[in-house]
Design a protein around this ligand. Structure first.
Ligand code: ATP
Length: 637
């Protein structure tokens, strides 16, 4: 299997420089900046996702080319009409030209309208697909210790995914149209005068190639700074609104506002710089357009082209160069869109994964292995081969003590394993290693017998997922939140998952039932209801290999917690591995193995009765909790 270094990597929040790469607001998305040297990686991901809609996109490109062409021919015909009218040509010739001008003027509008319809139809279909995948991947990846925050989620779900739409509508379609129109304009001019066509080709190359490159270079530097700054401001906005009460309570509102204002000013400065550079390039474009037209006229006059046609060529050249100058805007857009595209691509797939889809020969045999693995992973709960964590060490910062220190864990199919230990022991980090959100500095992780690095983001989500710390609940209905776990879940499947998570009774009590809107980040739910909703969604996702449960009963009273843990564990079925992280030691008798972590190391392991029999953290903690819970009144009824 080909190793994919850097495809999904670690070193969480705060360790990644703010500018560049794949970081948003100083928080790394899956860890680190995008791998350098993977040329057009993001575009390849978009290409892969757009393939089913290629016919529609090509149609939109042709309509755009038709629109530009109609504009160019309209200008040329109108010019011919104006100049030749003075010479009193035959009336029928004039009539044809007049009708052609009207038809082109109307046709251009109609073409523009249909092009917009077709282009948006194709782009929105692609974006819907991308958004669904990003949504589902984020939902099942939860919020790992790598520190994804609401600002990141917002940024990804809105602006980053829109970058895909802009790439298609504002870069690819206009670029294709400009290329087609440029070629046809040069061909048409060559019919009149080949030297004039060469002059036009020179001007078009400068306008359609040199200026876009210049625009891209000038824009790149500022947009590399602007994109992360915008991400930081998105995080600021979330912090300032969601955390307003806490900031006010601690007297920190002014400092937080000042920080955000400084960043906003910096953003405005960078945007002014970008605008000045754009203005200079646009000015050059206007000069170039005039110069090309003058050159074409001079060359045409020298080659003794008819006077009326010289006028037509002059105006036609202006129109053709203007169409080519659309590439300047496309190049600018492209440069600005790249960070967003990179983040989407980083989340959804890896270039090797996409490349191997089409590969026919792979000397390493990686393709065949990946294909077999994909087939094996296609059904829920295949669980034939176990997963394994071997000698894994994770460090969040080079100078920090390891969050996990040479941890090894067998995860055979069907096994129930609980990870317990004091706060900060490394429990959530262990889960983050399995979801690929954190990459170990040493050790190996295999899932279903395959190295974790060989999985694309989506494949890994299908194999390993579950309820992770502080899972995000979306501002939509209960049903929509649950369907993120499994988009085609039937009513029975929704009911079963909700029942296992202890949510069903509550749903049935709501006037709107499954259609109850839960508020932003589940704000209209109690802590326990929110947790049950997130758990039900995680259960519905039904990963094929390992179901992760990070504190699934947090916020529930002890009696409800016991019931929910038992039903959620049973829901996982006989072939899936369950890896539970919990602070509650009750109900762990049903677990095959309990691992006690402390400061990143495994200090005890065994089943419940073995651990209760030996002195140590587990026995002390269990006794303490049991004493406290015995005093907790059982709910009436
Ligand atoms: N994003 C991060 N950046 C830096 N250090 C981190 C990050 N996430 C976790 N850590 C550190 O790693 C160690 C393990 O954290 P982890 O969240 O895995 O512990 P835990 O056992 O799940 O804790 P808890 O039970 O409180 O949730 C802690 O010392 C923590 O401070």
């Amino acid at each position: 299997m080909t190793p994919r270094t850097g495809a999904r990597t670690s070193v969480p929040a705060g360790t990644t420089p703010r500018a560049g790469g794949t970081s948003v607001g100083g928080t790394a998305i899956h860890g680190v900046p995008g791998p350098a040297g993977t040329i057009l990686r993001s575009e390849r991901v978009v290409w892969h996702l757009s393939r089913p809609y290629l016919g529609r996109l090509v149609g939109a490109g042709l309509l755009a080319a038709g629109t530009e062409l109609a504009g160019l021919v309209l200008m040329a015909t109108a010019t011919w009409l104006l100049i030749s009218a003075a010479g009193r040509p035959p009336l029928d010739t004039l009539t044809v030209a007049i009708v052609a001008v009207r038809a082109l003027a109307i046709g251009r509008g109609v073409l523009r309208y249909t092009e917009r319809l077709a282009g948006h139809d194709a782009a929105l279909r692609v974006v819907t697909e991308v958004r669904t995948r990003v949504f589902a991947t984020l939902a099942s990846a939860g919020r790992p210790t790598a520190g994804q925050r609401s600002g990141d989620l917002l940024s990804r779900l809105v602006s980053d995914v829109e970058a895909v739409q802009d790439l298609l509508l504002r870069v690819l379609v206009p670029a294709a149209a400009a290329t087609v129109v440029g070629l046809l304009a040069v061909g048409g001019t060559a019919l009149v005068s080949v030297p004039a066509a060469l002059a036009l080709a020179g001007g078009l190359l400068l306008a359609g190639l040199a200026l876009p490159v210049l625009a891209a270079v000038l824009t790149r530097r500022t947009s590399a700074l602007v994109a992360p700054l915008r991400g930081t401001l998105a995080v600021d906005a979330v912090d300032l609104t969601h955390g307003a009460a806490e900031l006010a309570a601690f007297g920190a509102t002014r400092t937080a506002l000042d920080g955000a204002a400084t960043r906003a000013r910096e953003l405005a400065r960078l945007e002014r710089r970008t605008a000045a550079a754009s203005w200079a390039v646009d000015g050059l474009g206007v000069l170039l357009s005039g110069a090309t037209s003058a050159a074409v006229v001079l060359v045409a006059l020298r080659t003794e082209v008819d006077g009326v046609l010289v006028g037509v060529l002059a105006v036609g050249t202006l129109a053709a160069v203007e169409a080519a100058l659309a590439l300047v805007g496309a190049a600018r857009q492209w440069t600005q869109l790249r960070p967003g595209l990179d983040r989407v691509a980083e989340l959804l797939a890896d270039p090797e994964g996409l490349a191997t889809t089409d590969a026919t020969v792979d000397p390493t045999g990686a393709t065949a292995e990946a294909a077999d693995a994909a087939t094996d992973r296609s059904g829920p709960g295949n669980g034939r081969v176990g997963s394994r964590i071997t000698q894994v060490t994770v460090r969040y910062r080079p100078d920090a003590p390891p969050a996990l220190d040479q941890v090894s864990l067998e995860l055979p199919p069907g096994r129930r394993i609980a990870v317990v230990g004091p706060s900060g022991a490394g429990k959530s980090t262990l889960l983050a290693v399995l979801t690929g959100a954190v990459r170990p500095e040493a050790g190996r992780v295999t899932v279903g017998g395959l190295d974790l690095a060989s999985f694309s983001g989506e494949e890994l989500t299908r194999s390993v997922s579950g309820l992770l710390a502080e899972a995000h609940v979306f501002h939509t209905t209960v049903r929509e939140n649950l369907l993120l776990g499994r988009s085609r879940a039937t009513e029975d499947e929704l009911t079963a998952a909700a029942e296992a998570a202890g949510l069903l009774d509550w749903v049935r009590q709501q006037p709107a039932g499954w259609e109850t809107v839960v508020g932003e980040d589940g704000g209209q739910l109690s802590g326990g209801q929110r947790q049950r909703l997130a758990l039900a969604r995680a259960l519905l996702a039904a990963p094929t290999d390992v179901l992760l449960l990070d504190e699934p009963t947090e916020g529930l009273d002890p009696h409800a917690a016991d019931r929910v843990l038992t039903s959620a564990t049973a829901y996982a079925g006989p072939t899936r591995t369950v890896l539970l992280v919990t602070h509650r030691l009750s109900e762990l008798e049903a677990y095959d193995e309990i691992v006690v972590l402390d400061s990143g190391r495994i200090v005890q392991r065994g089943n419940h009765s073995e651990l209760v029999d030996q002195p140590g953290w587990y026995r002390d903690q269990w006794k303490r909790q049991r004493g406290a819970e015995l005093a907790y009144p059982a709910p009436r009824g």
